[in-house]
Design a protein around this ligand. Structure first.
Ligand SMILES: [Zn+2]
Length: 172
């Protein structure tokens, strides 16, 4: 068996341990990050760092509003099981995308630039300002709608940052 197949099978076995009908997003997130930590050696160091996987394995789930774009955790698990990645790089990307989707808070504000997705509440680590950003076209704006120009280093906003954010709308 190729190494990518081994890695992916091991990932799928881990998420299949969850009861997909009752599993919460916290349980899914924790299962994935635990699997990542236990399988760090399966990923080349540069891949691990490009996808900032340490950020997720060190993340405290209590500090974030976790959510998924899919209708339910079971649909997400079902979709993941159907994927056949052809490289370890791709595995890292798929796993990162799921963890990113879970840990970022999605508003009901449509991206004014591409209109293809709703904006997510992020924090620009350079100046600690709240930024609303689009995953699809990378548009970023301040809460008043003005476009963010210049350097950005975005991370998902934490509960305490979102709670004081006026644009916060009902949680997805
Ligand atoms: Zn957009």
């Amino acid at each position: 068996m190729s190494s990518v197949k081994k890695v992916w099978n091991s990932f799928c076995r881990e998420i299949e341990k969850l009861n997909s009908d009752t599993a919460t997003i916290e349980e899914l997130f924790t299962a994935i990050t635990r699997w990542l930590s236990n399988n760090k050696k399966s990923f080349p160091e540069d891949i691990w760092s490009i996808y900032k996987l340490d950020f997720y394995t060190e993340l405290d789930v209590r500090e974030y509003y976790l959510g998924v774009s899919e209708d339910s955790v079971s649909l997400l698990i079902e979709r993941l099981r159907k994927i056949t990645p052809h490289s370890v790089d791709r595995v890292a990307m798929i796993v990162r995308d799921v963890l990113w989707d879970c840990s970022t808070f999605k508003t009901h504000i449509q991206c004014p630039n591409c209109k293809d997705d709703d904006l997510r509440i992020m924090v620009n680590e350079i100046d600690n300002k709240i930024v609303l950003a689009c995953d699809i076209c990378l548009w970023a704006q301040f809460e008043d709608g003005k476009q963010v120009r210049g350097q950005k280093k975005l991370r998902p906003a934490k509960k305490f940052e979102i709670d004081v954010c006026p644009v916060r709308t009902s949680h997805r």
